[in-house]
Design a protein around this ligand. Structure first.
Ligand code: MSP
Length: 640
C-alpha cells in the first residue's frame, strides 16, 4: 500500500502560533491518523521557516540575535503541537544543518543542470512577502498582500530559469485535474500561467544586503532566497536526497492556505522538475479563518490563541470545530459563539446524547453486557445500510480533503442512530418484556456507535479513546469502507453511562465549571459521574505545581457565605492567602493545623474582592472533603 505523506507550511518565526497555524497542522494530523486507520503508513511534516529579511527584522526589533530569536519562537511552535494532540513525524527547522545541506545540494544540482544563471535585475521588492513584484502585479502601485509601496531594487543576482517550465507546468495541471485542489485554485493558477510570460525567479540575495540565509554553494557572496530555501524543507525533513525515509514517503501532498498558492503551485513544481525529482501528488489549498469577516493575522491583531480555546473547551471540541466549520477551500468565520454552538448541537446533543442514552439503557436492560442481535427487521437493515453509506461517503470525502462534508455525512449516521432509538423505543419493549427484540434494538445502535467512533478517531483522538473504552473495544482498529457491518461482540462489558461532551453554557464556559460545581451540590453530583473525554500528557501534568501545605489561619469571607479565607504555609517565606469554597463543609476554627494539598501555580485571582493565590484541593460527592497526605509532610512537600 502506497504510504501517505503530508506537509504543512513551515511557519515563519516572526510571530507566535495562532489558530490559523493550528488549523493547517490539525488538518495534517487528522489526515495522517485517517490514513493510518485505513491501514497505511503515514508521515506528517511541519516546522519553522527561519531565514530571510522578515525574521531578521523581527529579531532586531526584539533586540535579539536572529538565531536566539528563531530558537525561541520555533520552540513555541514545537511545544504547541502535542498540546493539540498533533504528532508530527518530522519538525524541520530551516537553520538545521541537515536542511542547509539539502538546500545546497539542490542549488548545486539545478545549477549543474543549467537552470541557474547570474544576471542583473531590477524590480519592486516587498519586504513583507520577501519577493520581487512586476509592475503588472502591483495594485495601484502597492503590494497586493501588504498594501505597502514596494522598494525598487536593482542588483546582480542568481536566477532560476522558471520561465522554461511554463508550458510544461500548464500541461501538467491540465493533465492532472486534482494536482491542485479544490478546483478554484487550480483555475487560479491556470489563469496566472495563461496571463503572460512566467518570469525567471531571483533566488539569491547579496550578503551585503542580507546575510541571514544559506550560502549559495557556487558563490559564497550570496545567500539563498528564503522561498527556494523553505520549500525544500518538504524533502529535507525526510532526509533527501539519499535517506531511506525520503525514498519511502516522497512524493506526498502539501497543505497550505491560499496566501502562499503561487510559491507552492508554480515555484515548487518547477524546482522539482528542474532537479529531476518527482512532483508532489496534490497541493491542497484552504481559505482563511476570518474574525468578523477579516483575515485572522498577527499584523491585524485579531488572532485567537489555540491554547486559550482548548483551555476553555478542550482539544477534541476544538479539532472537531475546525474540521467541521471550514469548508476546505473557502474562508470561514470563527467566533466563540460558533464554537459553543457546534459543541452544544453536534457534540453534546447529537453525539453525546446518543452514547449517554444507549449505554445507560443497555446498563438497565442488560447489565451493561453487549447483547446479541436476533432477527433483523426492515428498520434494522435500513439503519445498517445508512451506516454503510455514511461511512463510505465519509472515507471518500475525507480522502479528497472535503472534511466538512465528510463529517456532515457521518452526522447523518449519528442522527439516524438517535432516530432509530426514538422509533424502536427500547423502553417500551422492556416494559412488555420483549427481550429478543430489545437485544436487537440495543445491538444495532451499539454497532453504529462503534463505526462512528472509528471515523471520529482521527479528528478527536482522545474522545474516541473514551468511546472505544465505553464500547469495550481496543483503541485502534482498521476501518474499511467495504467492511461488513460489525457487531459489538456479545457479552463484552460496556460502560454504564457516558458524558462525552457536556453542554457548554456560553455565559459560563468550562473555565468556570469548577467554581460552579463548588457552589452547587446538584451540579457536583452530576460531575462526579462524568468521565473526562480528554487526556493530558505527562508534560501537561508536570505543569501543575501541587504541594502539601498546613493551614495556619482561617476566617469567613466578609462578603460570601460559602467562602473561607485561608492562610496556608506551603514552605514559602509567608503563608499563601487562598480563598476556598469550604464554608459549607468546614468551620473556620476547625481548620488551623490541618494539612491540605495546594495547587500553587494557579494564576492569582480575586474572589469577591479578596485575592486568592492558589487552590486547595477537595474531593466531591456527598459532603466536600479536603485532600490530605496520609501522614504529616513538611509544608511545601511536592505532590506528584
Ligand atoms: N513560511 C511561509 C511558508 C513556507 S512553506 C515552504 C509562511 N509562513 S506563515 O507563518 O505565514 O504561515 C502561513 C500559513 O499559516 C498559511 O498558509 C496557513 O497554513 C496558516 N495560516 C495563517 N493564518 C491563517 C488564517 N487566517 N487562516 C487560515 N490559515 C492561516 O507563509
Amino acid at each position: 500500500m502506497q504510504p501517505f505523506y503530508v506537509t504543512t507550511p513551515i511557519y515563519y518565526v516572526n510571530a507566535q502560533p495562532h489558530l490559523g497555524h493550528a488549523y493547517t497542522t490539525i488538518v495534517g494530523d487528522c489526515l495522517c491518523r485517517f490514513h493510518r486507520l485505513l491501514g497505511k503508513e503515514a508521515f506528517l511534516l511541519t516546522g519553522t521557516d527561519e531565514h530571510g529579511e522578515k525574521i531578521l527584522q523581527a529579531a532586531e526589533k526584539a533586540g535579539k540575535p536572529p538565531s536566539v530569536f528563531a530558537d525561541e519562537i520555533s520552540a513555541r511552535f514545537a511545544a504547541l503541537w502535542p498540546q493539540l494532540n498533533i504528532e508530527p513525524d518530522s519538525f524541520v527547522r530551516t537553520t538545521s544543518a541537515r536542511h542547509e545541506e539539502c538546500v545546497q545540494w539542490m542549488l548545486q544540482r539545478v545549477y549543474d543542470r543549467g537552470d541557474i544563471y547570474f544576471g542583473e535585475y531590477g524590480g519592486y521588492y516587498c519586504y513583507g512577502c520577501e519577493r520581487f513584484y512586476t509592475e503588472k502585479e502591483l495594485e495601484g502601485g502597492l503590494c497586493p498582500q501588504h498594501l505597502v509601496k514596494p522598494e525598487y531594487i536593482s542588483e546582480k543576482n542568481y536566477f532560476f530559469r522558471m520561465s522554461r517550465y511554463q508550458g510544461w507546468l500548464r500541461q501538467h495541471i491540465l493533465d492532472n485535474p486534482d494536482f491542485i485542489r479544490p478546483e478554484r485554485y487550480r483555475n487560479e493558477v491556470l489563469a496566472l500561467l495563461d496571463s503572460g510570460a512566467l518570469e525567471d525567479l531571483c533566488i539569491s540575495r547579496p550578503k551585503t544586503r542580507l546575510a541571514w540565509g544559506i550560502d549559495l554553494p557556487f558563490d559564497r557572496d550570496y545567500v539563498c532566497y528564503v522561498w527556494f530555501d523553505a520549500l525544500l524543507s518538504y524533502i529535507s525533513g525526510l532526509g533527501a536526497p539519499d535517506g531511506e525515509v525520503f525514498k519511502k514517503f516522497w512524493p506526498g501532498e502539501n497543505l497550505v492556505a491560499k496566501d502562499i498558492l503561487k510559491p507552492h503551485a508554480v515555484f515548487w513544481p518547477t524546482m522539482l522538475k528542474a532537479a529531476g525529482l518527482e512532483l508532489y501528488r496534490h497541493l491542497n489549498v484552504h481559505g482563511y479563518w476570518l474574525v468578523r469577516e477579516t483575515k485572522m493575522s498577527k499584523s491585524l491583531g485579531n488572532v485567537m490563541d489555540p491554547l486559550e480555546v482548548i483551555g476553555k473547551y478542550g482539544v477534541d471540541a476544538f479539532r472537531y470545530f475546525l474540521m467541521r466549520e471550514m469548508s476546505f477551500g473557502s474562508d470561514a468565520n470563527v467566533s466563540e459563539e460558533a464554537l459553543v454552538g457546534r459543541i452544544n448541537a453536534d457534540l453534546a446533543n447529537d453525539l453525546g446524547n446518543l452514547f449517554s442514552r444507549v449505554l445507560s439503557m443497555n446498563a438497565k436492560y442488560f447489565g451493561s453486557s453487549a447483547p446479541q442481535a436476533r432477527e433483523l427487521l426492515p428498520e434494522d437493515t435500513a439503519l445498517i445500510e445508512l451506516a454503510r453509506t455514511a461511512v463510505e461517503n465519509f472515507i471518500r470525502l475525507f480522502s479528497r480533503a472535503r472534511f466538512s462534508h465528510a463529517l456532515e455525512s457521518l452526522w447523518e449516521l449519528v442522527r439516524g442512530l438517535n432516530k432509530y432509538v426514538d422509533a424502536t423505543a427500547p423502553w417500551a419493549l422492556h416494559k412488555v418484556g420483549d427481550m429478543a427484540r430489545l437485544a436487537t434494538v440495543m445491538a444495532v445502535p451499539l454497532a453504529g456507535m462503534y463505526r462512528v467512533a472509528l471515523c471520529l478517531s482521527p479528528i478527536m483522538p482522545a474522545a474516541a479513546a473514551v468511546m472505544f473504552a465505553q464500547l469495550g473495544q481496543p483503541a485502534r482498529r482498521a476501518l474499511a469502507a467495504d467492511a461488513l457491518w460489525e457487531w459489538v461482540e456479545p457479552g463484552v462489558m460496556l460502560a454504564a453511562s457516558s458524558a462525552l461532551f457536556p453542554r457548554v453554557d456560553p455565559l459560563t464556559p468550562a473555565e468556570d465549571a469548577s467554581a460552579a460545581r463548588r457552589s452547587s451540590p446538584k451540579a457536583a453530583d452530576q460531575a462526579a459521574v462524568e468521565p473526562c473525554a480528554c487526556t493530558i500528557t505527562h508534560e501537561d501534568f508536570q505543569k501543575l505545581d501541587l504541594r502539601v501545605g498546613t493551614i495556619v489561619a482561617a476566617e469567613r469571607h466578609p462578603d460570601a457565605d460559602r467562602l473561607l479565607c485561608l492562610a496556608v504555609d506551603i514552605g514559602e517565606e509567608h503563608p499563601r492567602s487562598i480563598v476556598s469554597g469550604l464554608a459549607e463543609a468546614y468551620a473556620p476554627e476547625d481548620l488551623p493545623g490541618r494539612q491540605v494539598v495546594v495547587l500553587a501555580n494557579l494564576a492569582p485571582r480575586k474572589l469577591r474582592g479578596k485575592e486568592s493565590r492558589g487552590m486547595v484541593l477537595t474531593a466531591e460527592g456527598g459532603k466536600l472533603a479536603l485532600l490530605t497526605a496520609s501522614h504529616p509532610v513538611p509544608p511545601g512537600g511536592k505532590v506528584s
